[in-house]
Design a protein around this ligand. Structure first.
Ligand SMILES: Cc1cc2nc3c(=O)[nH]c(=O)nc-3n(C[C@H](O)[C@H](O)[C@H](O)COP(=O)(O)OP(=O)(O)OC[C@H]3O[C@@H](n4cnc5c(N)ncnc54)[C@H](O)[C@@H]3O)c2cc1C
Length: 439
């Protein structure tokens, strides 16, 4: 009998695993189960769909023919139970499906704020999935004002989406600046100033106490300081929670996510996990972490698929590398940059608005740059992390230098001099370094 591969979750990790299994075996019977009506789409693309920068069709990286080529059995259903001894899963409608190898790729969902009413009222939104994005766009048509709660990338994407849709947006920050555990003060201010220029009202040191309602609809927010703000939308993005309910119910080893080894194998050997639901070993921090990024989800899915079919290649988590857009400014975050990442730190070098060289490996996400900002976290002999805002010429070179722990002793002191032309120093160093290293 052909081996049966069952994948729960039709996201980046699940689809990538299916591709890997099919690449390795023309015979394999692959079933992909997803509970979202629209199937596979780009979650990162939702931010651009919200601002109406891309049409809906651009959210879908796979066409019908791509799926046909993979010869999958695709089921629009929700898995509600796993029987690990008997090797089957149960769907929401009671159907049972047998498997030989199972992948849990159920992703993560937005954490709920601990406020009363957050589930029941019309006008309370998050941005987890396609349906949420549609919801926000629909509500925006009638809304005059919105409140957004949360301090990271997704909160900002919602802020920008609402503002672009003509909704006056109040952005609540608990602390005194935006994303203080990753950005330094200058970087936070760059982002905040851009938001203010777009008309966003930033409320510092502000937390919601209660969402005000009338006949089941949001009409405002009362803050802990007693201020009332009228709005018909309250959006939250305060972090994510891996969807581990199924894994918990069968006693898999779990911390925040499902703990997996380098073959994405869980504590039950024929059950694998990948993507936002999986917790993988991070050689940089020495801890098990959740990556919650599209690229790693694809790579983990591939590693899981190959391991399921018995052609496992160990998955090694790479240096963190996240290209995103903050208040319209392309921003790449590489390696260790935030608070708690300063164990080996000896200094920080910063540069602004320099004219940077064009390098052959440059990735240009943005054509014109009104702001260029570069931060380097410098360790004893190497660069530990970096933030590149605006011109992205140096982001790929820095990725390699950081990942490969390039010895920068020769330029370290120059980098740490006041007003050092750090971008030029890095560009020149990179040009030499790459001559002796395979990229
Ligand atoms: C708004 C937004 C913007 C983002 N922007 C970026 C970005 O710019 N760059 C970046 O790298 N990453 C970004 N991410 C993160 C990235 O999209 C995720 O890391 C990636 O999608 C994770 O893939 P996954 O396959 O693990 O999970 P998901 O993509 O979440 O897929 C899991 C799927 O499983 C389904 N599912 C769950 N439980 C069941 C069940 N019991 N039965 C059936 N189906 C089930 C879910 O509904 C979902 O469709 C963003 C995410 C969001 C939400």
């Amino acid at each position: 009998m052909k081996p049966r591969y069952l994948i729960i979750g039709m996201g980046a990790a699940g689809v990538s695993a299916a591709e890997a299994i099919r690449d390795a075996s023309a015979e394999a019977e692959i079933t992909l189960i997803g509970d979202e009506r629209v199937g596979f789409y780009s979650r990162p693309g939702l931010a651009y769909y919200l601002t109406q920068e891309i049409p809906e069709k651009h959210l879908f990286p796979f066409g019908k023919e791509d799926f046909q080529r993979l010869r999958l059995q695709i089921l629009h259903a929700r898995v509600v139970d796993i029987a690990p001894q008997e090797h089957y899963v149960t769907l929401h409608d009671g159907r049972k499906l047998a498997y030989d190898r199972l992948l849990i790729a159920t992703g993560a969902s937005a954490a709920q704020p601990s406020l009363p009413n957050t589930k029941k009222l019309q006008g309370i939104v998050k941005l987890d999935n396609y349906a949420d994005a549609q919801d926000i766009r629909k509500l925006s048509r009638r809304a005059r004002a919105a409140v957004v709660i949360g301090g990271g990338i997704t909160a900002l994407e919602i802020v920008e989406g609402l503002q672009e849709n003509g909704v006056k947006t109040h952005y609540f920050l608990r602390g005194e600046r935006y994303w203080g555990n990753v950005l330094d003060e200058a970087e936070s201010r760059i982002i905040e100033n851009r938001l203010k220029e777009e008309g966003v009202d930033i409320h510092y040191h502000t937390e919601a106490e209660e969402i005000l309602e009338k006949r089941g609809k949001v009409v405002g927010v009362r803050t802990k300081a007693g201020q009332q703000i009228k709005c018909s939308i309250v959006a939250y993005a305060i972090g994510i929670r891996p969807r581990i309910k199924l894994a918990e119910s069968i006693g898999l080893q779990i911390e925040r996510g499902i703990l997996v080894n380098e073959f994405m194998q869980s504590s039950i050997p024929d059950i694998f996990a990948a993507g936002d639901v999986a917790q993988v070993f991070d050689p940089y921090s020495g801890q098990y972490v959740i990556d919650s990024l599209w690229g790693p989800a694809r790579l983990q899915g591939r590693a899981a698929g190959l391991a399921m079919i018995g052609e496992g290649v160990p998955y090694h988590k790479g240096v963190p590398f996240n290209v995103t857009r903050l208040a319209g400014l392309t921003t790449t975050i590489i390696g260790q940059v935030g608070s708690g990442a300063d164990k080996d730190l000896v200094g920080i070098a910063r540069g602004d608005s320099e004219t940077w060289r064009q390098l052959p490996d440059a990735i240009a996400c943005q054509q014109s740059f009104d702001i260029n900002h570069l931060r380097l976290q410098i360790g004893n002999q190497r660069i530990l992390g970096s933030i590149v805002m605006g011109d992205q010429t140096l982001s790929q070179p820095l990725r390699h230098l950081i990942a490969r722990k390039a010895n920068i002793t020769s330029i370290k002191d120059s980098l740490l001099m006041p007003q050092a032309p750090i971008a030029d120093l890095i560009a020149a160093f990179w040009a030499e370094w790459r001559k002796d290293h395979e990229i």
